[in-house]
Design a protein around this ligand. Sequence first.
Ligand SMILES: NC(=O)C1=CN([C@@H]2O[C@H](COP(=O)(O)OP(=O)(O)OC[C@H]3O[C@@H](n4cnc5c(N)ncnc54)[C@H](O)[C@@H]3O)[C@@H](O)[C@H]2O)C=CC1
Ligand SMILES: Cc1ncc2c(c1O)C(=O)OC2
Length: 248
Amino acid sequence: MNSYDLHNQTAIITGGAQGIGLAIAARLVASGARVSLWDIDPPALAAATARLGDAASSLVVDIVDGDAVARAAAEVAQSHGGIDILVHSAGIAGKNAPLDEYDPAEWRRVIDIDLNGTFYVNRAVVPFMKAANYGRIVNIASIAGKEGNPNAAAYAAAKGGVIAMTKALGKELAKYDIAVNAITPATAKTRILDELKPEFIDYMLSRIPRGRFLEVEEAASMVAWLVSRENSFTTASVFDLSGGRATY
Ligand SMILES: NC(=O)C1=CN([C@@H]2O[C@H](COP(=O)(O)OP(=O)(O)OC[C@H]3O[C@@H](n4cnc5c(N)ncnc54)[C@H](O)[C@@H]3O)[C@@H](O)[C@H]2O)C=CC1
Ligand SMILES: Cc1ncc2c(c1O)C(=O)OC2
């Protein structure tokens, strides 16, 4: 494992209770960072925090509640002396259905959590980074946001929105020492797949030229560099993690 020096740095990891967020948290702790895990799943959050040891703390935060998100950001900034890193991983897949049969309430739930939640989280953290003239943000989008997946239009639309928002915010902050980037993973075997139909998961796997699922540690490896001080130039960009599916 390559090492990056994240000592004396504080990272907020949304969706940090499990899956890709937890793998990233473990990697950042191994690099010396303190992490604040935000999630809505208290048992998983407690287990994750215990696993990571003294460098980890946690807050139960629903990212759809903009006021709660703002309070959580202020609390971390005060207790940790600032926020150096944000990795926004919280998200849901939503149900699979053709667009013309997609339940409007389910559509709104997916957009609310995956797109509006991304806005609330970035919005709350950015002022602390501006004040310090330092920050590294990674938003976890998806290959679905570049390519679209049939029967998951809400998710694709939300993740396409995350990509576009990241590009806009990166440009807003480019004169600061703040980098805002997104990653677009292909499918990794995490709990998020529980909501999806088996034939949909088979479809996603069949589209990956590498012929296998992404390992969450592989996502963490890319993110570790993106959030390091060494990533001093690249911003407003999208990093592919799709095993060859997208070549752009
Ligand atoms: N696993 C995969 O195949 C892929 C996942 N992604 C994205 O990666 C991110 C992480 O996904 P995974 O780790 O795979 O899923 P996961 O289900 O293992 O973890 C997601 C975490 O987000 C939390 N969460 C959900 N809604 C929340 C809310 N309203 N407020 C706070 N926390 C909330 C969940 O409790 C869970 O702990 C998501 O944004 C997902 O869309 C992107 C591409 C592929
Ligand atoms: C490529 C990809 N990976 C994971 C997921 C989806 C997806 O399109 C999705 O719709 O829900 C989880």
